[in-house]
Design a protein around this ligand. Structure first.
Ligand code: PAF
Length: 281
């Protein structure tokens, strides 16, 4: 399996695919790979001549320095997981300087307000960091198709906006959330949960499923009341937000209209922050 750490070498390698109609699939990651990431790669392998996976812990999207410090860096294990899927996958694992050239700061992006909701409100600067690195990676890889998990649904919508605003000819493909057997959305943060917390975390998806049921007949206020009550039965959870929002604007809704809605949640379990979401209609 080819692992590149330099952008020029990666670009040179990818040249062979560009002249013909050979599609390049791209799965950007921060490593600590789990089956959710592997499912994005599987999707890309099915749809493209070559798949590129980037592994880069992006410093500018961490608003909490401790989180950045603790983020697992497991390149060898990640490469082994990718190799079991397909030896032909090309890995791009640069150092920070290769991506930021000594200037580890974000550009400022206008994502038409998507950036101010939910994760944006609770993690200042996060989406500028995401926009900055995804734009840099897209400029290097120039993929035909890029794959993002719906677990970070807000990020997915923001990346679609980034591509639209910069006229980049890239299809952004959202892929369904991969879940552990108890329903917990897969995330590299799950590794930081104690075994009892990991079991208790099943409540998040169970509550979202309950919210979807309630949404069929209840008002938004009623659904919110249901979620608050469901989580209050388990004092180990601290809810940061629960919102119902249309998928296109992500602006928290107070009344139902004829639009496509999703419910979004962020909770702390111990000191681990977990997010999840579910389509409501
Ligand atoms: O979702 C992630 O892992 C990251 O936000 C991404 C898209 C790889 C950018 O660093």
């Amino acid at each position: 399996m080819l692992i590149f750490s330099k952008k020029d070498a990666l670009q040179q390698h990818l040249q062979q695919y560009r002249p013909a109609q050979n599609t390049i699939g791209f799965v950007p990651t921060m490593g600590a790979l789990h089956s959710g990431h592997l499912s994005l790669m599987r999707q890309s392998l099915l749809q493209n001549a070559v798949t590129v996976v980037s592994i880069f812990v992006n410093p500018t999207q961490f608003n909490n320095p401790d989180d950045l410090l603790k983020y697992p860096r497991t390149l060898e294990a990640d490469a082994a997981k990718i190799a079991t899927l397909d030896e032909g996958i090309v890995v791009f694992a640069p150092e920070v300087d290769e991506m930021y050239d000594g200037n580890t700061t974000s550009a400022h992006y206008d994502f038409d307000g998507l950036e101010y909701q939910m994760e944006g409100a609770h993690r200042p600067g996060h989406f500028d960091g995401v926009g900055t690195i995804v734009k840099k990676l897209f400029d290097i890889v120039q993929p035909t198709n890029a794959y993002f998990g719906e677990k970070d649904f807000q990020q997915l919508q923001i990346v679609k906006k980034l591509v639209e605003k910069n006229n980049m000819p890239i299809n952004i493909i959202g892929c369904p959330i991969s879940r552990e057997p108890n329903g917990l959305a897969m995330s590299s943060r799950n590794e930081r949960l104690k075994p009892t917390e990991r079991e208790a975390a099943a409540l998040i998806y169970k509550t979202l499923q309950g919210a979807r049921e309630q949404f069929k007949t209840g008002s938004i206020a009623q659904v919110k009341g249901y979620v608050t009550a469901a989580l209050a039965t388990h004092p180990e959870f601290t809810t940061e937000y629960f919102e119902i929002a249309p998928e296109d604007t992500l602006e928290p809704a107070t009344v139902k209209e004829n639009r496509k809605y999703r419910a979004f949640i962020a909770v702390f379990l111990g000191n681990v922050r977990l997010i999840d979401n579910i389509s409501l209609n």
